[in-house]
Design a protein around this ligand. Structure first.
Ligand SMILES: Cc1cc2nc3c(=O)[nH]c(=O)nc-3n(C[C@H](O)[C@H](O)[C@H](O)COP(=O)(O)OP(=O)(O)OC[C@H]3O[C@@H](n4cnc5c(N)ncnc54)[C@H](O)[C@@H]3O)c2cc1C
Length: 321
């Protein structure tokens, strides 16, 4: 069984979720005694090749046409399609990012194939049965995918990225792809630098201290920020906080914010609405602080402190110091 993984590039390396997807795909390929391939659209750096090698990739299909430099879902899908043909793929897997899902949806539509998005687990390979996240991760659904070539995207943080016992050759194989004009009808035309904010710190932090409406106002975040700094972590907030303009949107956790999976999440004054939960459910341990013992976050948390966050957080800081 040959598996192709769509690798997304971040800071000239394979993104974290791409590395997770490669680890997952390698295990699947091993089940069918198959080969692990990868495809990269755009410039392929030494760092990406090294990451693919470490994950056991045997061949790296690349397409670096100038018209692919900017993201265009249909054009990138044409490249992924070409890599599937070159690798004689039975399975094509992309990270479950908005781009990964969009590209594979295009491939599925172009080729009349079946696709399962945001998979967290494979129950059987032949026939393919997967468990996937739906409704923003609040519901798990079991699906079967029966087309000859099967497509799926992996939910972020469903597996830990682990290097292969034996590195792969990651042999670079350029693809000859002609991009049709109609595949460039929808494309990114301009990219603007984010002003004051780095989401990668939040999504990769091992500790996240969260704050919601319970903070009480824009001046109510000093304690949680100090706690996040003390623990070497990041601040994450609820949507109420960003909607009220208390904190910037890049700090939002949830369905319409960032998905986090820290070792420890400390939500303070956050009720735990389903849309917030969708972004923090993969946290390994949750310690909730809330005045309401019946708030959903308190009932789902591993540890819960019933109390005012403006008293509990300084007390934790004092104890730590
Ligand atoms: C389409 C859609 C997408 C959404 N996406 C997101 C998303 O990405 N992220 C997100 O967070 N939400 C999202 N929401 C909003 C979500 O439904 C909730 O409204 C929101 O998460 C609530 O934020 P909160 O917990 O801060 O506020 P509240 O629900 O008002 O809860 C405040 C909590 O603070 C507690 N509290 C009050 N004072 C204190 C105190 N002094 N000390 C300790 N505890 C205190 C209260 O007991 C309460 O539990 C979305 C909603 C929709 C419809």
């Amino acid at each position: 069984m040959s598996v192709v993984v769509v690798v997304e590039v971040e800071d000239s390396r394979a993104s974290l979720v791409s590395q997770e997807t490669l680890t997952f795909a390698r295990d699947l390929a091993a089940l069918g005694a198959g080969e692990l391939h990868a495809v990269i659209v755009g410039a392929c750096t030494e760092g990406v090749i090294a990451d693919c090698r470490a994950q056991g990739v045997i061949a790296l299909h690349t397409a670096d046409n100038p018209e692919l430099a900017r993201y265009a879902a249909a054009a990138w899908a044409a490249v992924v399609e070409a890599s599937g043909r070159a690798a004689r793929a039975d399975l094509v897997i992309a990270p479950g990012t908005s781009r990964g899902n969009e590209i594979l949806a295009h491939v599925a539509a172009r080729r009349g194939l079946e696709m399962a998005a945001n998979v967290v687990r494979v129950e059987s390979v032949q026939p393919l049965r997967v468990v996937r996240q739906v409704v923003g991760g609040s519901v798990l659904e079991t699906s079967s995918v029966s087309s000859r070539v099967r497509l799926m995207t992996m939910a972020g943080h469903a597996v830990e990225p682990v290097p292969a016992a034996t590195p792969g050759a990651a042999e670079v194989r350029p693809l000859a792809v002609t991009i049709a004009a109609e595949d460039l009808r929808a494309k990114v035309v301009r990219v603007e630098e984010r002003v004051g904010g780095d989401t990668s710190g939040l999504t990769s932090a091992r500790v996240v201290v969260g704050a919601g409406r319970g903070a009480g106002g824009p001046e109510g975040f000093d304690g949680v920020i100090a706690l996040a700094e003390r623990l070497g972590g990041a601040l994450g907030v609820s949507r109420v906080v960003t909607s009220l303009g208390w904190r910037p949107h890049h700090e939002q956790v949830g369905q319409t914010g960032s998905r986090i999976s820290p070792d420890l999440y400390i939500p303070c004054g956050i009720s735990g609405a389903i849309q917030h939960w969708a972004g923090c459910a993969s946290s390994k341990t949750i310690l909730a602080i809330n005045t309401d013992p019946d708030a959903p976050m308190m009932t789902k948390a591993d540890y819960a402190v019933v109390g005012d966050m403006h008293e509990v957080v300084p007390a934790i800081l004092e104890a730590l110091n």
